[in-house]
Ligand binder design. Structure first.
Ligand code: BGP
Length: 496
């Protein structure tokens, strides 16, 4: 348990969203198609992006809810093809106007937006043209970034270039559950990571050259990699998985180069997968310049993996329905992610391991001491919430969030500069490869009526944000004394 009992004064208690997952309105007001529109339109798809949580029309209601529940920060992302319907060329003024209004509404309600330029939704023509394997996309992205910086640069105080380059690479080219649904193309995944980091660096350098008033960073998913046993072979597997998932891109971000140790691990993976990495000397000049200027790191953390040495062929099964115990993940030249019987998992087989979050925070501070600020830009628990008589009891989610926030407090107490926490997610929304029954929100969305309902976790989060002190999990012993006050607050909101 942490020595530090309170979160710092200006700590952000935020909620996260992403354009494609909440907005809906995929064909409205001149928006062009992105890769996910085509992916969702496949005959085998079980769900699609319309109307999602209808945030495109209902954002005033959602921002008001956020405000009323003490949420003082929001992650939003810009849909590239609302702004540039074809990915490049003609600007769609309606897209610009929409985001200007959205950002202004957030700020009017004191829910400060952290704006991500790219959250998985690459314009469709660029996807067909080789996606992030095609280096032309780097320059297209930087041009899109320039348009956004010019349009919103005086309004936005915090920008993130990308959300989770690793997920784009891993899910699209190794696990096959994101477009283009390729499997075990490990060398392509590494190339994409590199290309995305070049695009990130160039966008950071551009932003810094424009003299705008805000800050800029990136959001990485930093999964913990824990050796299953203490054997050298398992430890090596954990190092390999860490190198491809985390370290390779953190090096680019903060060292401005790949360290020799990192490259040894990446080369070992490439060799076992018959691949090579193509780079250009200019990439490293861009990395260095950006590493000296990056303002913050956003860390998404849900889970850690337990690694066992593995010699066989790659095999993956994605549990996308919440049928517990069905996941398989083993990669040639890296290792196998195995179940640790001592660690609980969600219905989607994600190990619940807050210690991994603490270790990743410490690791950033230790390995990359030039980081300036850290934010937890996503953390939360997928759960099959049920609406019963107007109430949603998501106590397991509260327990999950509480444990992870304890890990954050511990890291802050030990000197790590964590400035905020954005729960994934603000309201229920589309889950990319799982659909609508995997819910994460503080606010339940009834997808039939689009009515919002605050979950038990929303009331818990409100008290946390008001007091800056971790509240007990409802129903636990520690909770006994708090109960009356909490239910009074709940009754007040329900009747409002
Ligand atoms: C992160 C993404 C989010 C979100 C979250 C939960 O990787 O940045 O967009 O979807 O994961 O993942 P999932 O919806 O697959 O459960």
């Amino acid at each position: 348990m942490s020595e530090l009992a309170r979160f710092p004064e200006n700590f952000v208690f935020g909620g996260a969203t992403a354009a494609y997952q909440v907005e809906g309105a995929t064909k409205e007001d001149g928006r062009g198609p992105c890769v996910w529109d085509e992916h969702m339109a496949r005959p085998e798809s079980r769900f699609d992006g319309d109307p999602a949580s209808d945030f495109y029309h209902r954002y005033p209601e959602d921002i008001k809810l956020a405000h009323d529940f003490g949420v003082n920060g929001i992650r939003i992302s810009l849909s590239w093809t609302r702004i540039l319907p074809e990915g490049k060329g003609k600007i769609n003024q309606k897209g610009i106007d929409y985001y200007r209004k959205l950002i202004a509404e957030c700020q009017a309600q004191n829910v400060e937006p952290l704006v991500t330029l790219h959250h998985f939704d690459t314009p469709l023509p660029f996807f067909h043209d080789g996606h992030w394997l095609n280096r032309n996309l780097i320059e297209e992205f930087v041009e899109y970034a320039r348009i956004c910086f010019e349009a919103f640069g005086q309004q936005v105080k915090q920008w993130a270039t990308f959300n989770e380059p690793w997920s784009i690479a891993q899910n699209g080219y190794i696990a096959g559950n994101f477009p283009p649904c390729e499997h075990f193309e490990i060398a392509k995944a590494i190339q994409i990571e590199h290309n995305l980091m070049v695009a990130h660096a160039r966008a950071v350098n551009l932003y810094k050259s424009m003299g705008l008033p805000g800050k800029i960073g990136i959001v990485h998913t930093l999964e913990g990699k824990v050796p299953f046993t203490d054997s050298p072979a398992d430890r090596h597997a954990a190092q390999l998985d860490d190198a491809i998932s985390n370290r390779f891109m953190l090096d680019a971000c903060f060292l401005g180069r790949y360290s020799d140790e990192t490259m040894d691990l990446i080369d070992e993976i490439l060799e076992k997968n018959w691949g090579v990495l193509a780079t250009d000397p200019q990439d490293f000049r861009d990395f260095r310049e950006a590493a000296a200027q990056i303002d913050f790191l956003g860390m998404n953390y849900y889970s850690s993996h337990f690694l066992q040495a593995y010699d066989g062929e790659s095999k993956v099964f994605n549990n996308s329905t919440g049928e517990k115990g069905t996941s398989v993940f083993a990669l040639r030249g890296i290792g196998a992610r195995v179940t640790n019987p001592e660690v609980p998992t969600t219905d989607w087989d994600w190990p619940i391991y807050p210690e991994g979050m603490y270790r990743q925070l410490k690791r950033i501070a230790h390995d990359y001491p030039n980081y300036k600020e850290l934010y937890i830009t996503e953390n939360g628990m997928g759960y099959k919430d049920e609406l019963k008589n107007g109430e949603i009891d998501d106590t397991p989610r509260i327990a999950y969030v509480r444990e992870h926030l304890e890990a954050v407090l511990r890291a802050i107490d030990e000197g790590v500069n964590v400035r905020g926490y954005y729960i994934w997610s603000l309201q229920d929304m589309l889950s990319w490869s799982n659909g609508y029954n995997k819910r994460y929100g503080l606010f339940y969305v009834d997808y039939e009526t689009q009515k919002r309902w605050p979950k038990k976790s929303a009331y818990w989060y409100k008290r946390l944000s008001e007091t800056h002190v971790l509240q007990p999990v409802p129903g636990t012993e520690a909770d006994a004394g708090e109960k009356e006050e909490a239910s009074a607050c709940e009754a007040a909101y329900q009747s409002a």
